[in-house]
Write a protein that binds this ligand. Structure first.
Ligand SMILES: [Zn+2]
Ligand SMILES: [Zn+2]
Length: 199
C-alpha cells in the first residue's frame, strides 16, 4: 500500500485472504482514514491477487494490470485449489496500464516500468521523488524472480533488470514482492544473477 499526507492510497498486490487478514487491512485503512483510489497488480500470480475480490468489493475500486497479465489472472481460478485456496474468488481487471504511464493519486506520481520475464506482463512502479521502486517479483536481495512459471523467461528477465532497473540511480530502494528491501547499487555490485562487471 502506498499513501501520503492527502490520505489517498493505492493498494498493490493484496495477499490478504482469510477474514483475519482482511480485517487487519480494513482496520489499517480506517484507522488512518485512508481513501483507496486504485488496486494494482504488478503481475497476477496467486500470491499477488488473493485479495483482489475483497478489495474491489469493499472499497469500490478498479483493478488495473498490464494487458499481458489478463490470461495469467484468469488462470488463477483453475489452480487456486491446488495451493489450498479453494475459496478464491475470481475478479477481472477493469483497465490496463502500460509502460510509461504515470499513476497519479494524492500528491504522488508513480512511473510504470514494463519488466517482463518473471511473468509476461510484469510491471514495476517507480517514485522519482522518494527514489523508491515497487518491484514485484523481478529482483530480490541477491536473487531474482523464478522463470519456470507459464510465460516466464530467464533472458527476458535479466534484460528487464539491466535495462529498466539498473538504469535507475544506485540509491533507489527496491521494495521486493518477497523478502527484505534492497538498493539498486547494491544489486548491481553483488547480485550473482545479474551483477554488472566493475572496472
Ligand atoms: Zn510472481
Ligand atoms: Zn510473488
Amino acid at each position: 500500500m502506498v499513501y501520503d499526507e492527502t490520505k489517498e492510497c493505492i493498494i498493490i498486490d493484496p495477499g490478504c485472504f482469510d477474514k483475519r487478514e482482511e480485517s487487519k487491512l480494513s482496520q489499517f485503512i480506517s484507522d488512518n482514514q485512508l481513501i483507496v483510489k486504485r488496486l494494482i497488480n504488478t503481475h497476477c500470480h496467486i500470491d499477488h491477487v488473493l485479495g483482489n475480490a475483497f478489495i474491489k468489493r469493499t472499497f469500490k475500486v478498479k483493478l488495473f494490470i498490464h494487458k499481458l497479465e489478463a490470461p495469467i489472472l484468469k488462470a488463477v481460478k483453475s489452480y487456486a485449489p491446488n495451493y489450498g485456496f479453494a475459496q478464491y474468488q475470481d475478479s477481472e481487471a477493469d483497465g490496463f496500464i502500460n509502460e510509461e504511464d504515470t499513476l497519479q493519486f494524492g500528491s504522488q506520481s508513480l512511473k510504470i516500468l514494463f519488466v517482463p520475464g518473471h511473468s509476461p506482463g510484469h510491471i514495476a512502479l517507480y517514485d522519482v521523488n522518494t527514489k523508491s521502486l515497487i518491484g514485484g517479483d523481478v529482483l530480490f536481495q541477491n536473487s531474482i524472480g523464478r522463470t519456470d512459471l507459464p510465460g516466464g523467461d530467464m533472458n527476458t528477465l535479466i534484460e528487464s533488470i539491466h535495462q529498466k532497473f539498473f538504469s535507475l540511480p544506485d540509491e533507489v530502494t527496491v521494495y521486493c514482492g518477497h523478502g527484505p528491501t534492497t538498493k539498486i547499487g547494491f544489486e548491481k555490485r553483488t547480485n550473482p544473477f545479474c551483477a554488472v562487471a566493475q572496472d
